[in-house]
Design a protein around this ligand. Structure first.
Ligand SMILES: [Zn+2]
Ligand SMILES: [Zn+2]
Ligand SMILES: [Zn+2]
Ligand SMILES: [Zn+2]
Length: 164
């Protein structure tokens, strides 16, 4: 399997595979959503067709769950090999949150992807809302729910034995 992939890659004209999906510039970052490669200008979601259309459709549902303000999941390239991706969702509960008021805590995941001669660095912004920030170490609201189930079971067991 691995070998066939390698051979295909060698036979494909290098220039075509390294070209931006929107224009003829050199492709740098690969969009994590649509999977196409884009130049620095076309990498942001609003700048290329498949994702810009998707963003338009989702505009009504992409709102901060606390204050209802619209959020714009985005990505951008700072340099030829440094790309940022920000989904504007809370890592703990998965809901959209705004940057100004309701992102309590922010961390970054770094992923290095090799493409051709270069190593590309993708930085994924992780956000946590007010509820999930203190629980970010146990995996947010979902983690807490699991904890409550366990604690509830223990409490029920204790009550069972305490009953006269
Ligand atoms: Zn381009
Ligand atoms: Zn895309
Ligand atoms: Zn908000
Ligand atoms: Zn949350």
């Amino acid at each position: 399997m691995q070998d066939t992939g390698e051979i295909k890659h060698i036979h494909r004209p290098v220039t075509a595979s390294r070209r931006c999906h929107e224009c003829s510039d050199e492709a740098l970052g690969r969009c994590p959503d649509c999977g196409f490669s884009f130049c620095q200008d076309h990498f942001p979601k609003q700048q290329h067709a498949p994702c810009a259309e998707k963003q338009m459709k989702l505009a009504q549902t992409q709102v901060c769950y606390v204050c209802g303000v619209q959020v714009y999941p985005d990505q951008w390239s700072l340099s030829k090999t440094l790309h940022f991706v920000d989904q504007f969702t809370c890592r703990g509960c998965g809901r959209h949150i705004c940057d100004a008021l309701h992102t309590k805590h922010k961390t970054e995941d770094v992923m290095i992807v090799r493409e051709g001669m270069r190593g590309h660095r993708y930085q994924y912004v992780n956000r946590y809302c007010d509820l999930c920030a203190p629980l970010s170490s146990v995996g947010g609201i979902k983690g807490l729910a699991r904890f409550i189930v366990v604690a509830g079971t223990i409490a029920a067991t204790i009550l069972f034995f305490l009953r006269p």
